[in-house]
Design a protein around this ligand. Structure first.
Ligand code: ADP
Ligand code: ASP
Ligand code: MG
Length: 473
């Protein structure tokens, strides 16, 4: 019997009603399939945990206690509404209580030290998923589905890059097969914590915000799932962020490449690494709405479907910074770009896009805003001699920018697509600061002023995505 991997995000397990709905969906599917379930923390919980640790680090000894109270209330209310058995209720109560106590102890330590290391942040932020999965699993049992909860710290083995850990694939594959296959073989639905992992020594790590999608893909790949279904609070992957443009539409089919670019460049609906573990095995992903399960959702597969030239989506990503290194003496001087990027790499800053002006008088690239000061300082140190000789005049970071990306297979082979995009921006009066055209065959990215982003996204969505869609039909 094939296995289906089903992941439910924060909103999909955000309240007792939502958990009941998610469990109904799983119970229905589990009647004739093997099911592996992955859950996020209840909606809002991860944010509260992080806020508790951050306020404690800043010297506030009261906020984390108030948050602990809210966490108890939220989970206790869910337990009361979802589970009838007294024995189950008492066990769940003890489990949640122990985790909230752990939160308070950790925050107290952070408060005393006035410091939250990234290791401590991972320990704190992992608690939400750990509080949630036992409740969901108990509800499944109540509905007659054999189930147990499993912490991914025994399954997803990672390096020690806390808050954005890298997965050790072989060890993870072995652990997942060893722990989960016997359960699936017995007809049990394992409910596994998304988002979290652990180092070889068992120290808790996380896969980055929104990482439960990636967890589901990893676990789904290693149990040889037929498909991975991401259950969320919208009808599928949409032509743009529905909060930015209410006329956004669901995209029925997408390729791994297209969705990979969308997620990387800001479509929050999927974590950027989600498709990676699935590509090699060709495991399809479906994105579906927990609150509207009848809707088809989006199917993501290896195949590329679309007439070349079809622009499928537009995304935006903020919290980035445009770093520019400029100087007349840069013309023809070999190695400046290489040294610039080696200075960036030493700061472990992820370069999201690179653009170079044709005169070679400047290099510009985009890094996460949190790294921009460090990166500029590192470049100034690395190129000190060139600055001294005035071959380079300036290196600076502009934090007031965002990246807009237009996505669609074969877009670049079709002449005129970029012109339509730039035309839409012109009509909306948006100035383009930098462009990358051709980093992959799936997308064109532009840097614009942060203030211009909503207008720019709406203009491209209306004039290029929806219009192009109409033209393609
Ligand atoms: P979950 O908790 O289920 O993981 P997220 O909040 O992480 O859900 O992601 C779903 C949200 O992503 C949607 O509610 C929507 O507001 C937002 N979103 C942003 N861009 C897109 C897009 N292109 N398609 C669909 N949703 C998007
Ligand atoms: N709970 C985690 C977060 O809020 C992971 C996830 O929801 O995917 O970031
Ligand atoms: Mg998410």
């Amino acid at each position: 019997m094939p296995t289906l991997t089903l992941k439910f995000g924060g909103t999909s397990v955000g309240s007792a009603e939502a958990v009941a709905q998610a469990v109904d969906i799983v119970a229905g599917i589990a009647r004739n399939q093997r099911v592996l379930m992955i859950c996020s923390a209840m909606g809002g919980v991860t944010n509260l945990l992080i806020e508790g640790a951050q306020t404690a680090a800043a010297g506030d000894g009261a906020r984390y206690q108030a948050i602990a109270h809210m966490l108890r209330q939220k989970h206790e209310a869910a337990i009361r509404a979802l589970v009838d058995s007294d024995v189950e209720r008492i066990a769940l109560h003890d489990e949640v209580e122990a985790l909230v106590d752990e939160f308070e102890t950790l925050c107290y330590g952070i408060y005393v030290l006035r410091e939250a290391s990234s290791k401590a942040m991972d320990k704190v932020s992992s608690l939400g998923e750990r509080m949630c999965v036992p409740v969901v699993s108990a509800r499944l049992r109540q509905c007659g589905v054999p189930s147990c909860s499993v912490s991914a710290s025994r399954l997803v083995i990672t390096d020690d890059q806390f808050q954005n850990a890298g997965v050790l694939f072989e060890e993870t594959g072995a652990a997942v097969r060893r722990e989960l296959l016997p359960l699936l073989d017995q007809g049990v639905v394992p409910v596994v914590t998304g988002f979290i992992g652990a180092t070889r020594d068992g120290v808790v790590t996380t896969l980055g915000r929104g990482g439960s999608d990636y967890s589901a893909a990893l676990l789904g790949a290693y149990v040889d799932s037929a498909e991975v279904w991401i259950w969320t609070d919208v009808d599928g992957v949409m032509t743009t962020d529905p909060r930015l443009a209410p006329d956004a539409r669901v995209i029925p089919v997408l390729s791994y490449g297209e969705v990979g670019e969308m997620a990387y460049f800001g479509a929050k609906v999927l974590h950027a690494k989600t498709v990676q573990p699935l590509v090699e095995r060709g495991i399809p992903v479906r994105v579906k709405n927990t609150f509207n399960p009848a809707a088809e959702g989006t199917l993501i597969t290896r195949e590329e479907h679309a007439a070349p030239g079809t622009v499928k989506a537009v995304t935006a990503i903020g919290d980035v910074s445009l770093v520019t290194v400029a100087g007349r003496g840069m013309i023809g001087v070999p190695g400046i770009a290489a040294r610039t990027f080696s200075a960036v790499a030493k700061r472990q800053a992820n370069v999201l896009m690179i653009a170079q002006s044709s005169s070679e008088q400047s290099i510009c690239f985009v890094v996460p805003e949190a790294k921009s000061r460090e990166v500029v300082a590192a470049i100034k140190a690395e190129l000190e001699t060139e600055f001294g000789r005035q071959d380079i005049d300036r290196a600076w970071a502009d934090d007031d920018v965002e990246i807009i990306t237009v996505v669609g297979v074969g877009m670049l082979r079709q002449s005129g697509v970029a012109a339509r995009v730039f035309g839409a921006l012109g009509e909306a009066g948006v100035n383009i600061i930098a462009i990358v055209h051709g980093a992959s065959d799936y997308c064109v990215s532009m840097v614009v002023r942060a203030d211009d982003t909503p207008r720019a996204v709406r203009a491209i969505h209306k004039l290029v995505v929806l219009n192009g869609d109409a033209a393609a039909r």
